[in-house]
Write a protein that binds this ligand. Sequence first.
Ligand SMILES: Cc1ncc(COP(=O)(O)OP(=O)(O)O)c(N)n1
Ligand SMILES: Cc1ncsc1CCOP(=O)(O)O
Ligand SMILES: [Mg+2]
Length: 304
Amino acid sequence: MTEQHIPGMVAAIIAAHASTFAPEGNRLPAQPTPVATSQDPVYLAALQACSALGFIAIDAQCLAQAWQNQSQRTGLFDAAHWPDAPQDFGLAGADPQLAFPQCPRALGLYGVLPSAEWVGRMARAGVPTVQLRFKSDDQNAIRNEVAAAVQAVQGTKALLFINDHWQAAIDAGAYGIHVGQEDLDALQGAQLNAIHASGLRLGVSTHGYAEMVRAHAVQPSYIALGAVFPTTLKKMETAPQGVARLQAYVRLMQQYPLVAIGGIAAEQFPAILATGVGSVAVVRALVNAPEPEAAAHHLLACMR
Ligand SMILES: Cc1ncc(COP(=O)(O)OP(=O)(O)O)c(N)n1
Ligand SMILES: Cc1ncsc1CCOP(=O)(O)O
Ligand SMILES: [Mg+2]
């Protein structure tokens, strides 16, 4: 492949994947082609094509590198084969010594909840995985709420993750911690080591290819993928990813337990579960339901 083949390769990738990633009527806007970090013709073609298909700069760069690696590994350029091999994304070779402790591969219905009271309610309703997402800057209130959430799941089978407040989670003996990309940015190496040494599980939020690669660098216990659909619960920096991208992420990230999150209600469960993701996280589908326990039972039935 040489430079003169690039326009044809761009067109071939778009033709093969537009119906999946940029279908008529449900298309993310085309993105400007970002700076190239390789002059390989496959890389350059994939960078243009993935940008045209609506992938943001860091994800288009990540995909282009993977497409270049795939072509070099297989010895051919196949426009129809969307990259999905972990080694082409630099995702192979997890180190069991450095990895965070394992959690179940299928975390099932995952309730992300605003208070210890909600955590207890949903744990008692049979939700297998719960998270305390308590937003506060008051350290005393945080410590009390985290300790109360740990108490609230006693006697149930629920696994309790604490969002953001990792030190309080360690001190209270929660099952695990959930952090986002900004939380990871703020964590110093020694703090990440402290979480690792505590033996708690670690879940990490991701919103696309580049963030999945970044999350892999810390080898968390699970990876969350979202927002799949629009959500009013949280201001997202990235567009809703949609089910087609979720499917591609699940194919690539099979080595991790995966959680889908964002804008998911009962009607979306069949499409989400068909991707092979082992867990579906919801906030409003539980918290805003007129009868939250009944909603939990219905969503648990949807999981089956
Ligand atoms: C299961 C799960 N996935 C994603 C998030 C979002 O975490 P984060 O990006 O850190 O945002 P905040 O929840 O802290 O606003 C989550 N909490 N749980
Ligand atoms: C916390 C969070 N992170 C990504 S989407 C989201 C909110 C999900 O809430 P809902 O299930 O109500 O859309
Ligand atoms: Mg957070």
